[in-house]
Design a protein around this ligand. Structure first.
Ligand SMILES: Cc1cc2nc3c(=O)[nH]c(=O)nc-3n(C[C@H](O)[C@H](O)[C@H](O)COP(=O)(O)OP(=O)(O)OC[C@H]3O[C@@H](n4cnc5c(N)ncnc54)[C@H](O)[C@@H]3O)c2cc1C
Length: 369
């Protein structure tokens, strides 16, 4: 099809504006300052991260195919650290953390905006970023001693230390209150025994934020505590990398065993037997930030679909024009789909004029006319 008949959409055209309501009223939900954060993080993610993402995925896949055990973990860890360092230098890692610990204190909404933009750029290290900086570290900020905060938060924001969150066990998933991993105080050391499964980034982490039962027989909400556990400690072993949980080019998910892991008493995080509240507070932040990351990934999928379906020609027209093609995309987010595509106007039967694309309207609506 010649250019005068069809103008395909390129990635530059279709990157969607953030912060719009999903309704047709097109109300901006963000303040000017928040929009500025969105523009900055989007520009960085699109310019600096997106071009690296495909090669990084291929590299991760190759490492996972060729290497096992410690070598594999070291190689994957290097990719995750490089990614975090890049983000740290750009000031994109510290929104949840105050300046005194190396952050910028811009808050949870800023973190959400950044999460969406980074997820849309699709680097494999981004799962490690969220487990290390949000899931594994936010409880240290909220419940840690000044020493714990000073020791762990700044190196994590720089990408020098990686963390993961360990809640799930082979026998417990949604019902976190029934966990079986136990920590017993012996002298001035906590001794941990149990298993944690499905731990994202567990194989790459330097430390886990781990939940364990500290008072058996108490109500589960009142007998759980939180610990900072070094992964290189004797008794901590990776039983298995769970590659079946995640795709081959994602980074890491681990099943970890703890056998008589004795850590200093000071590694208790937050109040003794107050772990359930620490956990619920962490999940509150995790849920909202992960939602935004999911939104970013979905947005990227929609952008790719919009680009492909306006470039792919079958039966002399872009496949976006066939009634079935745009439907899934336009159902995911009708207003975004409308914004990221242009309406193709078929020539009037009596006219010899070429078909036109306009900025407004959707292929879906065009196909229904
Ligand atoms: C890719 C991936 C990454 C993960 N990363 C981590 C991590 O970093 N750290 C960590 O600790 N865990 C992690 N998990 C574990 C995750 O948190 C658990 O999978 C989750 O808590 C659910 O537990 P489960 O899989 O055992 O399912 P189950 O709890 O056995 O639930 C099975 C099904 O029953 C449904 N169900 C359960 N309870 C109810 C209810 N009350 N009402 C209605 N339906 C119910 C669930 O919705 C689900 O569909 C990860 C899991 C995956 C798949």
């Amino acid at each position: 099809m010649s250019d005068d008949r069809f103008k395909a959409i390129g990635m530059g055209d279709i990157t969607m504006p953030g912060g719009w309501s999903v309704n047709d009223g097109q109300t901006f939900l963000y303040t000017d300052a928040e929009r500025e954060i969105m523009h900055q993080s989007r520009a960085f993610a699109q310019r600096e991260i997106l071009p690296l993402a495909a090669a990084a995925h291929a590299q991760v896949k190759e490492i996972k195919t060729r290497h096992d055990g410690k070598v594999r973990r070291e190689k994957l860890r290097a990719i995750a650290r490089d990614y975090l360092r890049l983000l740290g230098e750009a000031g994109l890692t510290g929104a949840l953390f105050p300046e005194e610990y190396g952050g910028n204190g811009r808050g949870v909404l800023a973190e959400c905006i950044i999460d969406e933009e980074l997820a849309a750029a699709g680097h494999p290290g981004d799962t490690i970023r969220s487990v290390s900086l949000t899931l594994g570290t936010i409880s240290i900020l909220r419940y840690g001693t000044p020493e714990q905060k000073k020791r762990h938060i700044p190196p994590r924001l720089r990408g020098d230390e990686l963390a993961a969150l360990a809640i799930t066990e082979p026998q417990i998933g949604s019902d976190t209150s029934r966990m079986q991993t136990k920590a017993v105080l012996k002298g001035d050391r906590w001794v941990i025994n149990g298993q944690k499964r499905f731990i994202t980034g567990g194989g790459l982490a330097d430390y886990l934020t781990l939940f364990a039962i500290t008072e058996e027989g108490a109500h589960p909400h009142k007998g759980m505590s939180t610990f900072i556990v070094p992964m290189d400690h004797p008794g901590v072993t990776i039983q298995r990398q769970l590659d079946e949980v995640i795709m081959a080019d994602w980074m890491d998910n681990a099943w970890i065993d703890f056998k008589d892991v004795d850590i200093p008493r000071d590694n208790l995080l937050g109040p003794l037997n107050g772990g359930y509240h620490v956990l619920m507070d962490e999940l509150d932040t995790e849920r909202v930030t992960y939602c935004m990351a999911a939104l970013g990934s979905a947005r990227r999928a929609l952008e790719i679909a919009a680009e492909y379906s306006t470039k792919r020609i079958q039966f002399k027209q872009p496949i976006a024009m066939f009634s079935s093609s745009p439907s899934p995309c336009s159902k995911v987010c009708p207003s975004s789909w409308r914004r990221c595509t242009r309406r193709w106007t078929p020539p009037a039967s009596s006219s010899t004029a070429p078909p036109r694309w306009s900025r407004r309207g959707s292929p879906h609506s065009a196909s229904r006319r």
